[in-house]
Design a protein around this ligand. Structure first.
Ligand SMILES: C[S@@+](CC[C@H](N)C(=O)[O-])C[C@H]1O[C@@H](n2cnc3c(N)ncnc32)[C@H](O)[C@@H]1O
Length: 275
């Protein structure tokens, strides 16, 4: 293995021998020949410290590599499972960046296949809408209504759903973000004016609005839709490791008496609540 030194190690490698020389010279002037023992002792101690430090550094790098490989493997496992289960007509779009991560999508799709929700509502739209629509199609029943504030993304998701022949399973509603009353305060959330929900909501997947639209941007989802929940409805909140999302899950649990509230240890973290 090629030895690579960190900047700190290079500085130490230059400065410590110089310091040893200076200390030894001063000691020789003061003590005479007994001071000749100092350089080998000090340099020996330095070499031992240096070797241990390098070993720690390489162990840290190795550990980080292993953790990264495990994380990548976990997402590959999830996306392979989704493809094998849903068997899409065309390949699914990529699932990095803005899209929900494969492990969150697997959680949602597994729930849809297992619990067969009649109505799923999504706050945001995209690949997640497509996968939910596929799962509903496999069930042979159910519909997903996705709220999308951005006309461009609403168009893209509609096109995607149409291309896969799943228009009868998914409706993308262009719902701009508007100021509205949420409890005692005014907050910005999807305009529900054009949203038709014919049956109670069994599953609510909250992956929008994006963080940049304001603090606690996703909080209004439950206050504004709670009255439409079916008994035992489940809410899945993505990006659960962010401070805002932790606070949102806690507030939903306290203020709306969730029967359970669990953190899911996924790539971006998530919260699962039951009402
Ligand atoms: C976190 S994304 C939701 C993604 C969706 N749940 C999925 O899995 O595909 C939230 C919102 O960001 C917007 N968005 C999606 N992709 C984007 C991109 N590449 N750049 C900027 N905004 C994007 C859309 O308005 C979307 O509803």
């Amino acid at each position: 293995m090629m030895l690579k030194f960190t900047n700190r190690q290079v500085r130490v490698l230059v400065l410590v021998p110089l310091a040893v020389l200076a200390v030894s010279a001063a000691a020789y002037l003061a003590l005479g020949s007994p001071a000749l023992l100092l350089p080998p002792v000090l340099m020996g101690a330095f070499v031992i410290w240096m070797l241990m430090d390098m070993r720690h550094h390489h162990w840290d790098l190795f550990h980080r590599d292993v953790m990264e490989q495990r994380a990548i493997f976990a997402q590959l496992e999830a996306i392979i499972g989704l493809n094998a289960t849903l068997k899409p007509k065309y390949p699914f779009p990529g699932t990095r960046g803005w899209t929900a991560s494969p492990d969150l999508l697997r959680e949602v799709v597994t729930h849809v296949l297992h619990q067969a929700p009649a109505l799923t509502v999504e706050a945001s739209s995209g690949t997640s809408t497509l996968m939910i629509a596929y799962a509903l199609e496999r069930n042979g029943a159910g519909h997903v209504v996705a709220l999308e504030h951005d006309a461009e993304y609403a168009g893209r998701t509609r096109e995607l759903i149409g291309m896969h022949g799943l228009d009868h399973r998914a409706t993308i509603v262009l719902a701009p973000l508007v100021k509205q009353r949420v409890g005692d305060t005014e907050m910005t959330w999807y305009d529900l004016g054009q949203v038709r929900l014919d049956v109670p909501i069994d599953l609510l997947v909250v992956d929008g609005p994006p963080e940049g639209t304001g603090s606690m941007a996703r909080y209004p989802a439950v206050p504004l839709l709670r009255s439409r929940f079916a008994p035992g409805a489940r809410v899945i909140l993505d990006d659960g490791d962010r401070a805002d999302e932790r606070a949102i899950a806690e507030r939903w649990k306290q203020e709306f008496k969730a029967s359970s509230c669990d953190h899911l240890a996924l790539e971006k973290g998530a919260w699962s609540l039951r009402f």
